[in-house]
Design a protein around this ligand. Structure first.
Ligand SMILES: Nc1ncnc2c1ncn2[C@@H]1O[C@H](COP(=O)(O)OP(=O)(O)O)[C@@H](O)[C@H]1O
Ligand SMILES: [Mg+2]
Length: 558
């Protein structure tokens, strides 16, 4: 309504101009002039407040729509199966998400309004041109394509170049981001001069494209001024002759010139924003593509089951076979069967790439196995709600993932409503309390992205504390010795009995001490389960285990 109202007032300004010229000026009567000016002021006031309403409401809609779309896309993405983010790089999705929503925001918030306003103006202006003077209007209409065609042509070139230019600017951004987050590697290898040279290339390309765009744009302006003003001059010339001959009034001519300018400006504005609208359509399509991606791992289709209470942590892995979608020819797990009793601690050992971490991924149902089943408490996990299933597990991943926030927030990640006392208690069990206490603000110390400011061993102890807070019946521990110094290893070793007490524990172990403490040891190689037993049995019976024990565990043994 505000759009129609303001367009209507702008159009009637032309009639106001006609009254002003014909009755205010031509009659040479001050009273008539005052009346005409009064009318003009009323129109201007209406226009001013109408524009307020239009700008506020249309921009509001733009921001609202974008906020809603952002929320919907994010809510959708966060539930998608992890495999999706491997096929489509997570970084690319992220930039799509922010860049595309920003385009939508600017287009819905301003471009759509410009397009609608000028479309109304174009149609209204053309009608009023004919109402004011059909003969002149016909001349204008004939000349219209001559004026508009070159402007459209240049306009398209400008648009193409501005898209290119944006892509180049994005290159600049991603290059800076990558080098700055890896700054230590950059400097350690004295790579700065390479980076300077490469970055200079990237930003010069951005400049060159931008320069071409500006040049086209400058030509567009020059052309538009010459053609539109030239056309106006011709209209005034023909119309002026009519005024001199007395066929039309001076006010009519003034109104006519006003409307032809209005139509010219509206046509120019529309030709400029059409490209923007196309870009927005592209952005919207990409966002809806994300929304339409169905999670491959969703809630169970049929025969939904509930877990019995309480879950004791009995796990049955039955003829499990799985290959990653990108490498189906060589399965990561092959015909693997293993039963784990409640409260038992089982160590998984095997060379790197044996499929140990993959087994954890399948237990948490991040991927769907090609064959075989996993049962927890006797219930097939494919018949459980994902949230119910994952509540049973406390995971300490190989690379502990920490988030931007305080130390306490990171521990509380598992249970946001946990009290400070509970947080400190699990930190003590994980041998993290001492070092947290020595941090500048203790539990309120803020960590950077991915736990920046902590050592590898400290990160892992935080990840342990977090897992403990869940009170889940099954603990999944992907031990990573690479991140640990001897001291932290020792501390985590001490924490182990407290960690595993009363839970079923599956631990991917690299340390002999952990392996020996386990009730059973499962040896994996190339996705297959080779043997299960205790340390002494396996040393005798399994050559791979013997070799691993000799090589991998040697240091700790001595
Ligand atoms: N996301 C993935 N996509 C494709 N292949 C993978 C992926 N993750 C692991 N693999 C492959 O699966 C095999 C088992 O990996 P993993 O379970 O991580 O081994 P590990 O026993 O060292 O934990 C390896 O050959 C690895 O290259
Ligand atoms: Mg692993």
């Amino acid at each position: 309504m505000a759009l129609v109202f303001t367009a209507g007032i702008t159009l009637s300004l032309g009639q106001g101009l006609r009254v002003l010229v014909d009755q205010g000026l031509a009659t040479e009567s001050p009273a008539n002039l005052a009346r005409a000016i009064g009318l003009f002021f009323i129109l201007v006031l209406g226009l001013a407040f109408g524009s307020f309403a239009r700008f506020y409401l249309v921009s509001w809609i733009g921001e609202r729509v974008v906020a809603d779309i952002r929320k919907r896309v994010f809510n959708h993405l966060i539930d998608l199966h992890p495999g999706f983010f491997e096929q489509n790089r997570a970084l690319e999705i992220q930039s799509r998400f922010t860049a595309d929503t920003t385009v939508l925001q600017s287009v819905i918030g301003s471009t759509v309004s410009i397009a609608l306003r000028n479309a109304l103006m174009l149609v209204g202006g053309l009608i009023l041109l004919f109402v004011t003077n059909p003969k002149l209007a016909s001349i204008i209409l004939l000349g219209f394509p001559l004026v508009i065609a070159p402007i459209l042509f240049f306009g398209r070139r400008v648009r193409q170049l501005s898209r290119l230019s944006q892509d180049r600017v994005a290159d600049v951004g991603s290059y800076v981001g990558e080098s700055l987050t890896q700054i230590k590697t950059v400097q350690a290898f004295n790579h700065q001069s390479e980076d300077r040279r490469f970055f200079a290339g990237v930003s010069e390309r951005a400049f060159e494209i931008a320069r071409d765009r500006i040049r086209q744009r400058a030509w567009l302006t020059t052309l538009a001024i010459s053609l539109v003003m030239g056309a106006v001059g011709i209209v005034i010339w023909i119309g002026g002759l009519d005024v001199i001959e007395g066929r039309i009034s001076p006010g009519e001519l003034a109104a006519f010139v006003f409307y032809s300018l209005l139509v010219g400006v509206a046509a120019g504005a529309i030709s400029e924003v059409i490209g923007e609208l196309q870009r927005a359509a592209g952005s919207a399509a990409r966002l809806f593509e994300l929304l339409e991606t169905r999670p491959e791992i969703g809630p169970p289709m049929a025969g939904k089951n509930q877990l019995p209470e309480p879950v004791t942590g009995r796990l049955e892995i039955d003829h499990l076979r799985f290959g990653y979608p990108s490498r189906t020819e060589s399965p990561a797990l092959d015909d693997l069967s293993l039963t784990i009793e409640p409260g038992e601690t089982v160590a998984l050992v095997g060379p790197s790439g044996a499929g140990k971490s993959t087994l954890f991924d399948l237990l948490l149902r991040f991927y769907v196995p090609q064959a075989g089943t996993i049962r927890i408490e006797g219930v097939d996990i494919s018949t459980l709600e994902l949230a119910d299933l994952r509540r049973c597990f406390a995971l300490v991943p190989q690379n502990p993932a920490l988030f931007n926030g305080s130390v306490a927030d990171n521990i509380r990640y598992a249970r946001p409503d946990a009290s400070q006392a509970e947080v400190e208690q699990v930190a003590r069990v994980a041998h993290a309390h001492e070092f947290i206490h020595r941090l500048p603000q203790g539990y309120d110390t803020r960590l950077g992205d991915n736990g920046l400011g902590l050592s590898g061993g400290q990160k892992q102890r935080l990840a342990l504390a977090r897992a403990l807070l869940t009170k889940a019946p099954v603990l999944l521990l992907d031990e990573a010795t690479s991140a640990l110094d001897a001291e932290s290893e020792h501390l985590i070793q001490q924490a182990m009995p407290a960690l595993t007490r009363g839970r079923t524990t599956l631990v991917i172990a690299h340390r002999l001490a952990t392996v020996r403490d386990a009730d059973r040891i499962a040896v994996l190689d190339e996705g297959r389960l080779l043997a299960v037993g205790n340390h002494e049995e396996l040393i005798d019976s399994n050559p791979l285990y013997r070799r691993l024990a000799r090589l991998q565990f040697r240091d700790q043994q001595t």
